[in-house]
Design a protein around this ligand. Structure first.
Ligand code: FAD
Ligand code: SF4
Ligand code: SF4
Length: 397
């Protein structure tokens, strides 16, 4: 929270400036509530410089007190049932490996209306402890409520690192937690490893031209987000039983300013399932027009797959942005990835390089995509794709 110095004259000028309603006047002095996100907007408003960001130095924390690799477990509703989002299982698998290297516990944090039904699955990924928080108030994800829980648990149990899924929820909750506990946060890591006891957070930088290793040696917890399909999911072991630590953390009215009145789940289309699809057919600039993408849709229907795209195809308006595969889009790891009319820029490759089998169709035999594929078809996509559809349909008969 922002700090108020004793020289506050109670003029109230800062109150209307706060976008989060975190400031109020009490007995002629300003009071800051826990809704403060430390955005800093109020600081310049104060005529007597009574507001300042709290500064914590590296010496403020005894790093040796921080132990345990934590995974923020996100849940989703699938066919009316709450399940663990697959990316959380990928993170538990990676977390198991990191915890082994550090000789620390692998712990999961799960927040839900009733988290108990998720314990067995979370346990089966080698989890040592589950911090389980259940309350009717946690039925729907809420930024303030969920981040308050994570902050509360961090302060109580002091983990050395926390990994979050790089989903809408993970990207929303993790910066809030980072601001609250004063630690760093590396977004969209593509690799995680340990060096001299620190988490090495690797991610593309400078437009994907270099891979940067980011370390946070002076603060704890170390925090990172990882996109779905970047880490490999391990084989579960139903015999592993984690210690369950039930935490009773009620949803504070003061913290929660936003109420979810109604939840509307938009109709799922092929592109929404890209990160879970077993077959992805992606088109690039080489598909040229919407007719080209119609052909890819036909192929997706024939193979039971989803349709993705390169950024160039999105920029040409051939398909909505949510279909973008790559560094600034979705990461996929299907069994089969078919790249049609895509050159194979590094920013595209980072989004699909974990696919089991990559098939490329390109009329240029020198296209870089041919260095990243198992099967390469040199030819005009307009001629090759109908032939593939025809061949598959013959086989299916
Ligand atoms: P091009 O590079 O123009 O390639 C088109 C290909 O189609 C060529 O190889 C050509 O030979 C082939 N072709 C043409 N006609 C035919 C035909 N009839 N049949 C068969 N082949 C044909 N890109 C992404 O995809 N995803 C991202 O997330 C992403 N993020 C980015 C982030 C940043 C910061 C930056 C700077 C760039 C990013 N890009 C991303 C853009 C990326 O650098 C490339 O520009 C883009 O991937 C190129 O798309 P493309 O392969 O469809 O087009
Ligand atoms: Fe409000 Fe931002 Fe000031 Fe906090 S720092 S009190 S959120 S304006
Ligand atoms: Fe106090 Fe400054 Fe806010 Fe005025 S603007 S109430 S002096 S903190």
């Amino acid at each position: 929270m922002i700090t108020v110095k004793p020289n506050c004259i109670g003029c109230g000028k800062c109150v209307p400036v706060c976008p989060f309603g975190a400031l109020s006047l009490k007995d002629g002095k300003i009071v800051v509530s826990s809704a403060c996100t430390m955005c800093g907007a109020c600081i310049k408003e104060c005529p007597v410089q009574a507001l300042e960001m709290p500064v914590k130095t590296s010496t403020a924390k005894d790093l040796s007190a921080y132990k345990g690799v934590w995974i923020y477990v996100e849940t989703i509703i699938d066919c009316g049932k709450e399940i663990v989002r697959p990316v959380s299982l990928e993170l538990l698998s990676k977390g198991r490996e990191l915890a082994g290297i550090l000789n620390e516990d692998l712990c999961a944090v799960v927040i839900s209306e009733d988290a108990t039904k998720l314990h067995d699955e979370i346990s089966s990924y080698g989890t040592n402890k589950i911090y389980s928080v259940s309350d009717a108030g946690y039925k729907d994800y809420n930024t303030a409520a969920y981040s308050a829980v994570v902050v509360n648990l961090i302060e109580k149990y002091k983990p050395s690192m926390i990994l979050y899924p790089s989903t809408y929820e993970g990207r929303d909750v993790s910066p809030r937690v980072a601001a609250e506990v004063f630690c760093g946060l590396t977004a969209d890591c593509t690799a995680l490893s340990i060096k001299e006891g620190n988490l090495v957070q690797t991610r593309p930088a400078f437009g994907g031209n270099i891979m940067a290793d980011i370390l946070c040696p002076e603060h704890r917890p170390q925090m990172a987000t990882v996109r779905p399909n970047v880490m490999k999911k391990a084989e579960p072991n139903a015999d592993n039983k984690a210690e369950i630590i039930e935490e009773k953390i009620a949803v504070s009215k003061e913290v929660v300013k936003i109420k979810i009145i109604k939840r509307h789940v938009a109709k799922v289309c092929k592109m929404d399932n890209l990160d879970q699809a077993e077959v992805v057919i992606s088109g690039g600039r080489g598909m040229k027009n919407k007719e080209g993408f119609k052909m890819l849709n036909d192929l997706a229907d024939t193979l039971g797959g989803s349709v993705g795209a390169s950024r160039a195809a999105i920029d040409m308006g051939l398909i909505p942005k949510k279909a973008q595969v790559g560094q600034s889009g979705v990461t996929v790891s299907p069994k089969v990835y078919i790249a049609c009319g895509i050159s194979g820029a590094v920013q595209h490759l980072v989004g699909m390089e974990n696919s089991d089998t990559v098939i490329a169709v390109n009329k240029d035999p020198q296209a870089p995509i041919f260095n990243a594929c198992k099967i390469g078809l040199v030819g005009d996509a307009n001629q090759v794709i109908p032939k593939i559809i025809e061949g598959v349909e013959k086989k299916q008969k």
